[in-house]
Design a protein around this ligand. Structure first.
Ligand code: UD1
Ligand code: CA
Length: 450
C-alpha cells in the first residue's frame, strides 16, 4: 500500500519571537522539521511533501532533497495547508499521512501504529490522540455516548464542558486518499476565519463513516513547540531519550544529566563518557573510548580506544589508540594517526600526524604533514602564515624536534633529523642532520682554526 506524508510547516511561529522560521530552530543538532521528516520516512518510501509558507526559501534550503515542497501562499488554516499539496499527492497514493511540523518528539513507532490502524479501518480516517490533564491549547476529542469519535473542537471554540475533556488531538492523521481531498474541500471557514483540518472528522461522521483513534505511547511525544520554553523542554526530553538509547547500546555515562549528544552522533560499545561532554553534529565514536570530562567534540571521527580529556575537537579525525588532553584543540582538518599522543595545550589544524608521533606540551601545528614516531618538543610552532598565505611544513619519520623550535614554512625536515632547542628553521633540513641556532644551521664538529 502506498503511503505519502504531508508535513505542515507553513505557519509563522510568532511566539518564538525569531527571525528564523520556527521549524528551523535547532533541537539536539537538527532543525525541528527534520524530526517529523524522519518519522515519515520510516513509515513511507515516498518522498514526503512539506507545505511551506513563512520563510519558504530558507526552509527549502535547509531541508534540501529530503522532501518535495508545496507552497501555501497565505496561511488560511491547516485544511487549506493540506490542500496546497493536493496536486503532488492526490491520486498518486493510497494513504495520506498528515503531520504537524511542530511535534519533534513524535516517534516513528507511533506513526507506524497509526498507519497500521488506518489500513484496517473500514472508515477513511484515523487520528492520533493523547489523554492528559494538561491541554496545552490542543483540540479536544468529542465522543458520542457509545464511544465513537464525533468531532474535534478547537480550544477557542470549545464550551466549558468540552474544555474539561482530557482526550486531545495530537496533530497527526492518516486518511484514505480517495476520500480526503473531497472532504477537505467541504471544510467551512471557522469563526476565526481559518479552514481547520480537524473539521474533516465531523465530515466523515456526517457521512456515517468510521473515524478510528490511536493513543500515543508516551505523553512526551505530544510536546509541541510554540515558544522557546517549549523548545528547551523538548530538548531536555530528546536528550534523555538519546542518552538512554546509547546506554542501552553499551555506552557508559557517569552522569547522563551532563552529557549532550546530538541526534546524528554514533557511539561504539564500552565507550565511557564523563560529565560535561558534548558530542555534536556528525561525530562518530568507535568502541572503548574515554571521553571527557569537559570536552566538546563536533563533526569528528574517533577510532577505537581513544582518550579525549578536557579538549575541544572540530571536524577532526583521531585514529585508534590516539589521545588528546587535557586542554587540547583539534581544529578543522586535524588528523591524528594511530597511537598519536597530544598532551596539554596543543593545537592542530589542517595537519596529519603519523602513527606514534608525540606532541606533549604547548605546541601549534598547522598545514603540516608529519611522519611516524616524530617527537615534537614543548613549545614547537609551525610558522605557517606570512600575513598573506598559508605555507606547508613537512616533517619526515623519526625526526626529533627540540623544545621551542620555530619551523618557518614552507620547510621540510628530513627523516631522522634533529633540531636543537630554540632553533628557527628557515631552510630545509637534510635527513639525519642536526640543526641548531637562529637561523638554524647544521651542527659541525669544532673546527681547528677556533
Ligand atoms: C493544531 C490542531 C489542534 C491540535 C494541535 C496539536 C487544527 C485546526 N488544530 O492546532 O487540534 O491539537 O494542532 O498539534 O489543525 N500550518 C500551516 N498552514 C496554516 C496553518 C498552520 O502550514 O495555514 C502548520 C503550522 O506551521 C504547524 C501546523 O500546521 O506546523 C499546526 O498549526 P498550528 O497553528 O500550530 O495549530 P495548533 O493551533 O497547534
Ligand atoms: Ca501547534
Amino acid at each position: 500500500m502506498k503511503i505519502t506524508a504531508i508535513i505542515l510547516a507553513a505557519g509563522q511561529g510568532t511566539r518564538m519571537k525569531s527571525r528564523l522560521p520556527k521549524v528551523l530552530h535547532n533541537l539536539c543538532g537538527q532543525p525541528l522539521l527534520s524530526y517529523p521528516l524522519r518519522a515519515a520516512m520510516t513509515v513511507s518510501d515516498q518522498t514526503p511533501v512539506v507545505v511551506i509558507g513563512h520563510g519558504a526559501e530558507e526552509v527549502q534550503k535547509a531541508v534540501g532533497s529530503m522532501a518535495r515542497f508545496a507552497i501555501q501562499e497565505q496561511q488560511l488554516g491547516t485544511a487549506h495547508a493540506v490542500l496546497a499539496a493536493s496536486e503532488q499527492v492526490a491520486g498518486h497514493t493510497d494513504l495520506v499521512l498528515i503531520i504537524n511540523a511542530d511535534l519533534p518528539l513524535l516517534t516513528a513507532q507511533t506513526v507506524e501504529r497509526l498507519v497500521e490502524v488506518q489500513k484496517r479501518n473500514e472508515g477513511p480516517l484515523t487520528i492520533l490522540t493523547a489523554c492528559s490533564s494538561e491541554a496545552r491549547g490542543f483540540g479536544r476529542i468529542i465522543r458520542s455516548e457509545d464511544g465513537n469519535v464525533e468531532a474535534i473542537v478547537e480550544e477557542a471554540q470549545a464550551t466549558p464542558e468540552q474544555l474539561a475533556l482530557g482526550e486531545l488531538n495530537v496533530g497527526v492523521y492518516c486518511a484514505r486518499d480517495d476520500w480526503l481531498w473531497n472532504a477537505l474541500r467541504r471544510v467551512e471557514k471557522s469563526p476565526k476565519g481559518e479552514y481547520y483540518l480537524t473539521d474533516i472528522v465531523q465530515i466523515a461522521v456526517a457521512d456515517h463513516l468510521n473515524v478510528a483513534t490511536v493513543p500515543v505511547s508516551e505523553l512526551s511525544e505530544t510536546v509541541g513547540i510554540n515558544n522557546r520554553v517549549h523548545l528547551a523542554e523538548a530538548e531536555a526530553l530528546m536528550r534523555r531519550r538519546i542518552n538512554q538509547r546509547w546506554m542501552e547500546e553499551g555506552v557508559t555515562m557517569v552522569d547522563p544529566q551532563t552529557v549532550y549528544i546530538d541526534t546524528e552522533v554514533r557511539i561504539g560499545r564500552d565507550t565511557v563518557i564523563y560529565p560535561n561532554t558534548m558530542l555534536k553534529g556528525h561525530t562518530v565514536i568507535d568502541e572503548g573510548c574515554v571521553l571527557g570530562p569537559n570536552s566538546v567534540i563536533e563533526d569528528t571521527q574517533i577510532g577505537k580506544g581513544c582518550h579525549v580529556i578536557a579538549s575541544f575537537l572540530e571536524s577532526a579525525i583521531m585514529e585508534d589508540g590516539s589521545e588528546i588532553g587535557p586542554y587540547g584543540h583539534l581544529r578543522k582538518g586535524a588528523h591524528l594517526g594511530k597511537g598519536v599522543h597530544l598532551g596539554n595545550f596543543g593545537e592542530v589544524k589542517d595537519s596529519y600526524l603519523g602513527p606514534g608521533t608525540k606532541m606533549g606540551h604547548f605546541s601549534y601545528i598547522g598545514n603540516a604533514t608529519i611522519g611516524e614516531n616524530v617527537n615534537i618538543g614543548c613549545g614547537t610552532i609551525t610558522c605557517n602564515y606570512d600575513g598573506v598565505k598559508k605555507h606547508p611544513t613537512v616533517i619526515e619519520d623519526d625526526v626529533f624536534i627540540g623544545s621551542d623550535t620555530m619551523l618557518v614554512a614552507p620547510v621540510r625536515v628530513g627523516k631522522g633529523a634533529h633540531t636543537g632547542a630554540g632553533a628557527v628553521i628557515t631552510h630545509d633540513v637534510p635527513p639525519e642532520t642536526t640543526v641548531v641556532g637562529v637561523p638554524a644551521r647544521p651542527l659541525h664538529k669544532k673546527s681547528t682554526s677556533e
